[in-house]
Design a protein around this ligand. Structure first.
Ligand SMILES: Cc1cc2nc3c(=O)[nH]c(=O)nc-3n(C[C@H](O)[C@H](O)[C@H](O)COP(=O)(O)O)c2cc1C
Length: 198
Protein backbone atom coordinates (compact mmCIF):
# COMPACT_ATOMS: atom_id res chain seq x y z
CA UNK A 1 0.00 0.00 0.00
CA UNK A 2 0.94 3.65 -0.29
CA UNK A 3 -0.86 6.58 1.27
CA UNK A 4 -0.68 10.37 1.36
CA UNK A 5 0.96 11.11 4.72
CA UNK A 6 -0.24 14.73 4.75
CA UNK A 7 -3.93 13.91 4.73
CA UNK A 8 -2.93 10.72 6.59
CA UNK A 9 -5.39 8.69 4.52
CA UNK A 10 -3.99 5.30 5.59
CA UNK A 11 -7.41 3.62 5.77
CA UNK A 12 -6.16 1.33 8.55
CA UNK A 13 -7.75 0.81 11.93
CA UNK A 14 -5.07 2.93 13.62
CA UNK A 15 -2.44 5.35 12.37
CA UNK A 16 0.58 3.09 11.66
CA UNK A 17 3.22 5.85 11.80
CA UNK A 18 4.66 5.06 15.22
CA UNK A 19 4.71 1.34 14.41
CA UNK A 20 6.77 2.15 11.32
CA UNK A 21 9.43 4.17 13.15
CA UNK A 22 10.15 1.56 15.78
CA UNK A 23 11.55 0.84 18.22
CA UNK A 24 11.98 4.27 19.74
CA UNK A 25 14.02 4.60 22.94
CA UNK A 26 12.24 6.11 25.90
CA UNK A 27 13.62 9.21 27.56
CA UNK A 28 12.26 9.18 31.09
CA UNK A 29 12.57 12.88 31.71
CA UNK A 30 12.85 14.35 35.20
CA UNK A 31 12.69 18.09 35.74
CA UNK A 32 11.99 20.54 38.54
CA UNK A 33 9.26 23.11 38.36
CA UNK A 34 9.82 26.68 39.51
CA UNK A 35 8.88 25.63 43.08
CA UNK A 36 11.37 22.76 43.05
CA UNK A 37 8.74 19.99 42.70
CA UNK A 38 9.89 16.91 40.75
CA UNK A 39 8.22 16.14 37.44
CA UNK A 40 8.80 12.81 35.69
CA UNK A 41 7.36 11.62 32.37
CA UNK A 42 8.28 9.23 29.54
CA UNK A 43 8.96 10.52 26.04
CA UNK A 44 9.48 8.17 23.09
CA UNK A 45 10.04 10.98 20.65
CA UNK A 46 13.47 10.87 22.20
CA UNK A 47 16.93 10.06 20.96
CA UNK A 48 20.62 10.91 20.90
CA UNK A 49 21.65 13.03 17.95
CA UNK A 50 25.34 13.63 18.59
CA UNK A 51 28.12 12.05 20.63
CA UNK A 52 30.64 14.89 20.39
CA UNK A 53 29.27 16.71 22.26
CA UNK A 54 26.65 14.35 23.65
CA UNK A 55 23.25 15.76 22.68
CA UNK A 56 19.79 14.31 23.17
CA UNK A 57 16.29 15.58 22.40
CA UNK A 58 12.73 14.87 23.39
CA UNK A 59 9.69 16.12 21.55
CA UNK A 60 6.60 17.32 23.37
CA UNK A 61 3.29 17.04 21.56
CA UNK A 62 2.21 20.53 22.53
CA UNK A 63 3.40 22.33 25.66
CA UNK A 64 3.64 19.99 28.64
CA UNK A 65 5.20 20.27 32.09
CA UNK A 66 8.53 18.66 31.09
CA UNK A 67 9.26 21.10 28.26
CA UNK A 68 7.97 24.04 30.31
CA UNK A 69 10.23 23.11 33.22
CA UNK A 70 13.30 22.62 31.03
CA UNK A 71 12.78 25.98 29.41
CA UNK A 72 12.21 27.66 32.79
CA UNK A 73 15.07 25.99 34.70
CA UNK A 74 17.50 24.89 32.00
CA UNK A 75 18.10 21.30 33.14
CA UNK A 76 16.72 17.79 32.86
CA UNK A 77 17.71 14.18 33.45
CA UNK A 78 16.91 11.18 31.23
CA UNK A 79 16.73 7.97 33.23
CA UNK A 80 16.72 4.71 31.31
CA UNK A 81 13.42 2.84 31.28
CA UNK A 82 14.11 -0.87 31.72
CA UNK A 83 12.05 -4.06 31.80
CA UNK A 84 11.94 -4.03 35.62
CA UNK A 85 10.74 -0.42 35.65
CA UNK A 86 8.09 -0.73 32.90
CA UNK A 87 5.05 -0.38 35.18
CA UNK A 88 6.52 2.57 37.06
CA UNK A 89 7.47 4.22 33.77
CA UNK A 90 3.91 3.81 32.52
CA UNK A 91 2.51 5.23 35.77
CA UNK A 92 4.47 8.44 35.22
CA UNK A 93 2.62 9.07 31.94
CA UNK A 94 -0.52 9.94 33.92
CA UNK A 95 -1.76 13.48 33.48
CA UNK A 96 -1.38 15.06 36.88
CA UNK A 97 -1.67 18.62 38.06
CA UNK A 98 1.55 20.62 37.96
CA UNK A 99 3.06 20.74 41.44
CA UNK A 100 2.65 17.00 42.16
CA UNK A 101 5.87 15.03 42.71
CA UNK A 102 5.49 12.40 39.98
CA UNK A 103 8.47 10.36 41.14
CA UNK A 104 6.94 9.91 44.57
CA UNK A 105 3.51 9.32 43.02
CA UNK A 106 4.89 6.38 41.03
CA UNK A 107 6.53 4.97 44.18
CA UNK A 108 10.01 5.72 42.88
CA UNK A 109 12.95 6.83 44.94
CA UNK A 110 14.84 9.87 43.73
CA UNK A 111 18.64 9.98 43.70
CA UNK A 112 20.52 13.27 43.65
CA UNK A 113 22.17 14.27 40.40
CA UNK A 114 25.72 15.63 40.42
CA UNK A 115 25.75 18.42 37.83
CA UNK A 116 22.10 19.42 37.54
CA UNK A 117 19.34 20.01 40.07
CA UNK A 118 16.63 17.56 38.91
CA UNK A 119 17.06 14.13 40.53
CA UNK A 120 17.32 10.84 38.62
CA UNK A 121 15.29 7.68 39.17
CA UNK A 122 17.40 5.80 41.74
CA UNK A 123 16.30 2.36 40.49
CA UNK A 124 17.28 3.07 36.89
CA UNK A 125 20.73 1.75 35.94
CA UNK A 126 21.55 4.68 33.62
CA UNK A 127 20.86 8.41 33.82
CA UNK A 128 21.94 11.27 31.57
CA UNK A 129 22.22 14.65 33.27
CA UNK A 130 21.43 17.36 30.71
CA UNK A 131 21.70 21.11 30.30
CA UNK A 132 19.12 22.75 28.05
CA UNK A 133 20.39 23.90 24.65
CA UNK A 134 17.39 25.02 22.63
CA UNK A 135 13.82 24.31 21.59
CA UNK A 136 12.96 23.78 17.94
CA UNK A 137 9.43 24.28 16.63
CA UNK A 138 8.16 23.71 13.11
CA UNK A 139 6.02 26.66 11.99
CA UNK A 140 6.05 25.58 8.36
CA UNK A 141 4.88 22.05 7.70
CA UNK A 142 2.87 20.81 4.74
CA UNK A 143 -0.74 20.47 5.82
CA UNK A 144 -0.57 23.02 8.65
CA UNK A 145 1.39 24.05 11.71
CA UNK A 146 2.90 21.50 14.11
CA UNK A 147 2.35 21.85 17.83
CA UNK A 148 5.47 19.87 18.72
CA UNK A 149 8.28 21.38 20.75
CA UNK A 150 11.58 19.59 20.30
CA UNK A 151 13.79 20.18 23.31
CA UNK A 152 17.53 19.62 22.93
CA UNK A 153 19.99 19.23 25.78
CA UNK A 154 23.67 18.55 26.19
CA UNK A 155 24.51 15.56 28.35
CA UNK A 156 26.94 16.82 31.00
CA UNK A 157 27.02 13.83 33.34
CA UNK A 158 26.31 10.13 32.98
CA UNK A 159 25.48 7.61 35.70
CA UNK A 160 25.93 3.90 35.01
CA UNK A 161 25.26 1.17 37.52
CA UNK A 162 28.62 -0.65 37.73
CA UNK A 163 26.75 -3.96 37.65
CA UNK A 164 25.85 -3.23 34.00
CA UNK A 165 29.51 -3.09 32.98
CA UNK A 166 31.40 -6.21 31.97
CA UNK A 167 34.87 -6.23 30.40
CA UNK A 168 34.63 -2.46 29.97
CA UNK A 169 31.39 -2.65 27.96
CA UNK A 170 27.70 -2.29 28.74
CA UNK A 171 26.11 -5.71 29.09
CA UNK A 172 22.75 -5.37 27.31
CA UNK A 173 21.51 -8.69 28.73
CA UNK A 174 21.67 -7.10 32.16
CA UNK A 175 20.49 -3.63 31.13
CA UNK A 176 17.29 -4.75 29.34
CA UNK A 177 16.08 -1.34 28.12
CA UNK A 178 12.52 -1.13 26.86
CA UNK A 179 11.43 0.85 23.81
CA UNK A 180 8.19 1.99 22.21
CA UNK A 181 6.61 0.42 19.17
CA UNK A 182 3.25 1.52 17.75
CA UNK A 183 -0.16 1.32 19.40
CA UNK A 184 0.17 0.27 23.08
CA UNK A 185 3.14 -1.97 22.29
CA UNK A 186 6.70 -2.03 23.58
CA UNK A 187 9.76 -4.16 23.07
CA UNK A 188 12.61 -5.13 25.32
CA UNK A 189 16.19 -5.43 24.10
CA UNK A 190 16.94 -9.13 24.54
CA UNK A 191 18.63 -10.00 21.26
CA UNK A 192 21.97 -8.49 20.34
CA UNK A 193 24.02 -9.21 17.22
CA UNK A 194 27.16 -7.61 15.83
CA UNK A 195 28.22 -6.69 12.31
CA UNK A 196 31.69 -5.68 11.25
CA UNK A 197 31.65 -2.57 9.07
CA UNK A 198 32.97 -3.00 5.53
C1 LIG B 1 6.09 5.23 26.62
C2 LIG B 1 5.50 6.60 26.47
C3 LIG B 1 6.07 7.49 25.59
C4 LIG B 1 5.55 8.79 25.44
N1 LIG B 1 6.14 9.64 24.55
C5 LIG B 1 5.68 10.91 24.43
C6 LIG B 1 6.33 11.81 23.54
O1 LIG B 1 7.32 11.48 22.87
N2 LIG B 1 5.85 13.08 23.48
C7 LIG B 1 4.79 13.49 24.23
O2 LIG B 1 4.40 14.66 24.14
N3 LIG B 1 4.16 12.64 25.08
C8 LIG B 1 4.59 11.37 25.21
N4 LIG B 1 3.98 10.51 26.08
C9 LIG B 1 2.91 11.03 26.94
C10 LIG B 1 3.48 11.80 28.13
O3 LIG B 1 4.32 10.97 28.92
C11 LIG B 1 2.31 12.32 29.01
O4 LIG B 1 1.56 13.26 28.26
C12 LIG B 1 2.79 12.94 30.31
O5 LIG B 1 1.67 13.19 31.14
C13 LIG B 1 3.53 14.24 30.09
O6 LIG B 1 3.96 14.67 31.34
P1 LIG B 1 4.47 16.14 31.66
O7 LIG B 1 3.31 17.09 31.38
O8 LIG B 1 4.78 16.03 33.12
O9 LIG B 1 5.66 16.42 30.81
C14 LIG B 1 4.44 9.20 26.21
C15 LIG B 1 3.85 8.28 27.10
C16 LIG B 1 4.37 6.99 27.22
C17 LIG B 1 3.73 6.01 28.18
Amino acid sequence: MFYDAITNAHGLRHDPFKALVAPRPIGWISTLDTNGVVNLAPYSYFNAVSDNPHIVFFSSVGPKDSANNVEARGEFVCSLATWDLREAMNATAAEVEPGVDEMALAGLEAAASRMVAPPRVAASPVALECKYLQTVTFPQTEGGPSSNLVVFGQVVGIHIDDAMIEDGMINMDRLRPIARLGYMDYTVVDTVFSLTRP
